[in-house]
Design a protein around this ligand. Structure first.
Ligand code: SF4
Length: 441
C-alpha cells in the first residue's frame, strides 16, 4: 500500500535543513507521497529509510527498453500528469511503419531517409527512434527484416501477429532487442510465449481499457512485465480520452495493470492530418507514435514538439555563458548582448549568421532565462552585464566601445553606459530585425 505523507515524514531526518529544496522535511514528504520528487534529493536518509522509500517510489508506469547500445529507446517511468508538476522523463519514441511489400531498392531508400531524419535545434541533436516493419507475406517480411537489420541502427519493431513468421523474424533480429507488436486477445498465448522465450518487450493491443487491464494481468501472471499497451484504432478524440484515462489510472489510482507505456500507430492517409494526430498523442500521453509519412517536415515538426514537451520546465535549456565569435569576427566587429537561454541565443545566432556580418554575441548568465524574464527577475542588470564583459575579456577582443542590447531592454541603456563606459546602441526588439540592423550599422 502506498505510504502517506505522514508515514514518509516519520522516515525522514526531521532536521529541516532545506538541502532538498523544501523548507521542511514535512513539505518534502508530502511531495514524495505525490511522487513529484526523487528521494535522492535528501542526502541524509538512513539505509533502512532509503530501502523503504525506494520500494514506495517504484514508478507507477513501467520503464521499457527497446533496442541496444546508443540507439536504445527507454520509455515509461513517468510520474506526473502535467509537466509543470515535475517533468516528463522519457521522451516519446517516434517511428515509421514500412510495408514488407516494398521492393528491396525502395525499402533501402526509405530506411536511408529515416536514418537521415536528424536535426540540430537550440544546440541539441534531435533524431527519430524506430523503424517498424509490417507483415503481409512470410518471405517478404523475413527479407525486409534482414534488410532493416543490415541498414539501420535504430530500434526495430516487428509488426506481426503470426507466431510462426514472428519466430523466424526473431531469430534474425533478436540481438537488437526488437519490440514485438502483434499480441491481442486472440493470439495472446502464442505471441507472449515468444516474448518470454526471447525476453523481449511486447505490445498488447486491446479494444478498451478494461480489456487492456485484463490482458496485462494475464501476461504478468506469465512473468511478462516489459509491456506496452495499444488501444486499437479509434477516432482521435476517443483515443486521446483513452490515453489520458490510462495515465490517470496508473498515476492517481495506482492501477498497476494499466501502468505501462502507450503506443499509437497512426493510420491516416493525409500527411498533414497524420502529423497533427501524432502531435496530439505526443502531447498526451503516447510513449511511442508510429506513422507512415517519412518527410523531413513531418519529422522536424514532431521532434520540435517533443523537445519542447520533454524539456524540464524547471531547468530551461542553457548555453555556456561566454563571448561567441560569429564568422570572421575581428576587433571592429559589433558586439550583441543576450542571455544564456538557449532559444534566445540560437535565435540571435541564426539572424547574425543570416546577416553575414561577422560579430560577437555575449551570452550573459541569466540562469537560462530569456531577456525580458531575466530583466524582470533582476538577472539581466547593468551590473551583471558589465561584470560578464569584464570576466569574458571583451576589451581584449575589440578596439571599440559599443554594445548592442536587445530592444526590449532599452531602459538599461543609461545605467549600462555608466557601468561599462561604452556607448549603448539599442537593437531591434525582435531577432528577425537583426540582419537589416547589422547591415545598416
Ligand atoms: Fe529534511 Fe532531508 Fe530535506 Fe533536509 S534534505 S529538509 S533532512 S528531507
Amino acid at each position: 500500500m502506498a505510504l502517506s505523507g505522514l508515514d514518509i515524514y516519520k522516515l525522514l531526518p526531521k532536521t529541516n535543513c532545506r538541502e532538498c529544496g523544501f523548507v521542511t522535511c514535512l513539505a518534502f514528504a508530502m511531495q514524495l507521497a505525490k511522487k513529484a520528487v526523487s528521494i535522492d534529493k535528501c542526502p541524509y536518509l538512513s539505509k533502512e529509510s532509503k530501502e523503504t522509500l525506494n520500494a514506495q517510489a517504484q514508478p507507477p508506469i513501467k520503464m521499457v527498453t527497446i533496442g541496444t547500445g546508443d540507439e536504445k529507446l527507454e520509455i515509461g517511468n513517468e510520474s506526473v500528469l502535467f509537466r509543470h508538476e515535475e517533468k516528463f522523463h522519457r521522451p516519446c519514441g517516434i517511428g515509421f511503419i514500412l510495408e514488407d511489400s516494398l521492393p528491396e531498392t525502395k525499402l533501402k531508400e526509405n530506411i536511408a531517409r529515416i536514418n537521415g531524419l536528424n536535426f540540430e535545434r537550440i544546440g541539441q541533436q534531435l533524431s527519430v527512434n524506430l523503424i517498424a516493419i509490417k507483415y503481409s507475406n512470410k518471405d517478404k517480411f523475413i527479407n525486409a527484416v534482414k534488410t532493416i537489420i543490415a541498414n539501420t541502427k535504430l530500434g526495430v519493431v516487428l509488426v506481426c501477429d503470426d507466431p510462426a513468421v514472428l519466430k523466424s523474424a526473431l531469430e534474425i533480429a533478436k540481438e537488437r532487442r526488437p519490440l514485438i507488436f502483434g499480441a491481442n486477445k486472440n493470439n495472446l498465448a502464442q505471441i507472449s510465449g515468444l516474448a518470454k522465450e526471447y525476453n523481449l518487450p511486447l505490445v498488447v493491443s486491446a479494444g478498451d481499457l478494461s480489456e487492456a487491464a485484463e490482458l496485462t494481468k494475464q501476461l504478468n501472471s506469465q512473468g511478462l512485465t516489459d509491456l506496452i499497451i495499444e488501444i486499437v484504432n479509434k477516432p482521435v478524440a476517443s483515443r486521446l480520452w483513452d490515453l489520458t484515462q490510462i495515465r490517470r489510472q496508473a498515476l492517481k489510482k495506482s492501477n498497476r495493470s494499466l501502468g505501462y507505456p502507450l503506443l499509437v500507430a497512426i493510420d491516416q492517409p493525409d500527411q498533414f492530418e497524420e502529423v497533427m494526430e501524432a502531435a496530439t498523442y505526443i502531447a498526451k500521453y503516447a510513449s511511442i507514435v508510429l506513422l507512415k509519412g517519412i518527410e523531413n517536415w513531418q519529422a522536424l515538426a514532431l521532434l520540435t514538439l517533443r523537445q519542447n514537451i520533454y524539456t524540464d520546465p524547471q531547468k530551461p535549456l542553457q548555453i555556456e555563458p561566454k563571448i561567441y565569435p560569429i564568422g570572421a569576427a575581428n576587433n571592429k566587429s559589433p558586439v550583441l548582448i543576450t542571455t544564456n537561454f538557449s532559444l534566445s541565443y540560437y535565435t540571435v545566432l541564426s539572424e547574425v549568421e543570416a546577416s553575414k556580418v561577422p560579430a560577437y554575441i555575449v551570452s550573459v548568465d541569466t540562469e537560462g532565462m530569456s531577456v525580458l524574464t531575466a530583466w524582470a527577475a533582476e538577472k539581466f542588470t547593468p551590473e551583471k552585464i558589465g561584470d560578464s564583459l569584464d570576466k569574458f575579456g571583451l576589451k581584449d577582443l575589440v578596439s571599440h566601445k559599443k554594445l548592442i542590447i536587445p530592444g526590449y531592454v532599452a531602459m538599461l541603456s543609461g545605467e549600462l553606459e555608466d557601468k561599462t563606459g561604452c556607448e549603448i546602441i539599442v537593437g531591434p526588439k525582435e531577432a528577425a530585425g537583426i540582419p537589416s540592423f547589422l547591415k545598416n550599422l
